[in-house]
Every structure is written in C-alpha cells, then in structure tokens.
Design a protein around this ligand. Structure first.
Ligand SMILES: [Fe+2]
Ligand SMILES: [Fe+2]
Length: 194
C-alpha cells in the first residue's frame, strides 16, 4: 500500500447494532452503494478520458464493484428481498462532495481523495459487519468485501500520484480525513452503510 488511509473517527458498536437489527434494509442500501461505486469509477473515465494512466485500473474497480453488486443482489434474491424503489439520500457522500473544490484539476484530485476515504470507511464498516454477524456465509462475504474495499482506498491515491505531487495529495488527504470524521460523527445510525 502506497498510502495508509487512517480514519480519524471510529464507528461505534451502535452502528453495527442498527445494521443487524434490520439486515434487509442494510442489504438494500449496500447493493445501492456498490452500484454507485461502479458508476463512480466509470464517471471518472468519462470526465477525464485523457488521463490514460488511470483508465485500466478504474475499469478494474468498476468491474469489481459491479461484481460486489451482483453478489449482494444474489444474497438479497435468496432471501426474497427486492431492490428498493427509492432510498433516502446519502448525506454522507453529499456533504463530502460539497467540500470538493471547483476547477477541473482541483476537483478531480478532491474527488479521488474522497473516493479513497469512502472506500476506507466502507472497509471499516464491512469489517465490523463481518466480525459481528452470526450467519456464517454472510460473515465470509463481508470478510471478503472489506479487504477488497480496503485495497480500493489505496488505488485512488496511487493513481493520483501520476498527476499530482505526493505532498499535494497528502495535504488534501489530511484535510478530507478531518472533514470526513466530523461529517460521519454527525450522522444518525441507521441500517445503511452511511
Ligand atoms: Fe464494493
Ligand atoms: Fe470499493
């Protein structure tokens, strides 16, 4: 790993308790997060087709997130849980995006740093699910997932190294880690990833 993304606020046990109290809602939200993660990787490509150094790995991430979506959907299907018609908006992501600067170059770096931190938060929380859930198959599933998301958190920052100095990336990472901790801490616990 090139960068160690160390979150500055630890998710408390109350979050995983809320998730396990309503697993169907959590799975619905989780599926949606995977679908959005896949589209987000593809949208980086759509916005910056000239940044050829990062295209192959962005395609890989989009594919991996799509596989995650497929796997969550299969779990839902086996339990008779439908995809949600409508979900509450994801305030966590919306607030982080609001903190991104405007200007093509600055915004791209900020969005990549945010993507990296969101992956790290996903990894932290999927790991908590893996450690707390009793269902053996889901335990294995979330154990596989958190490791995959943890790797993604590094990929976005490593890709940024092709275009920005390490020091600049570290500055933005430092800024967003503080902001993310404040945002994450302020949100109520619900049976959702964020
Ligand atoms: Fe994922
Ligand atoms: Fe991911």
């Amino acid at each position: 790993m090139e960068f160690e993304v160390e979150l500055r606020w630890k998710t408390p046990q109350e979050w995983v308790d809320a998730v396990l109290a309503d697993l169907p809602s959590f799975l619905q939200d989780h599926a949606d997060c995977e679908r959005k993660a896949s589209s987000m990787a593809m949208s980086f490509i759509a916005k910056c087709p000239d940044r050829v150094e990062m295209i192959p790995e962005l395609i890989e991430i989009a594919l991996e997130e799509l596989v995650h979506f497929k796997l969550v959907y299969e779990v839902m299907d086996s339990k008779g849980i439908a995809l949600p018609k409508q979900l509450e908006s994801d305030n966590y992501i919306a607030q982080l995006i609001k903190k991104c600067r405007s200007g093509l170059n600055e915004r791209l770096l900020d969005r990549m740093v945010v993507a990296s931190i969101v992956e790290a938060r996903g990894a932290e929380r999927f790991r908590m699910v893996a450690e707390n859930i009793e269902d053996v198959d889901l335990k294995k599933f979330y154990d596989m997932l958190w490791k995959s998301e943890f790797k993604h958190s590094d990929v976005f920052l490593r890709l940024a190294l092709s275009y920005w100095p390490r020091e600049t990336i570290h500055q933005r990472l430092n800024y967003f880690l503080d902001e993310e901790a404040i945002i994450c801490k302020s949100l109520p616990f619900r049976a959702a990833l964020h």
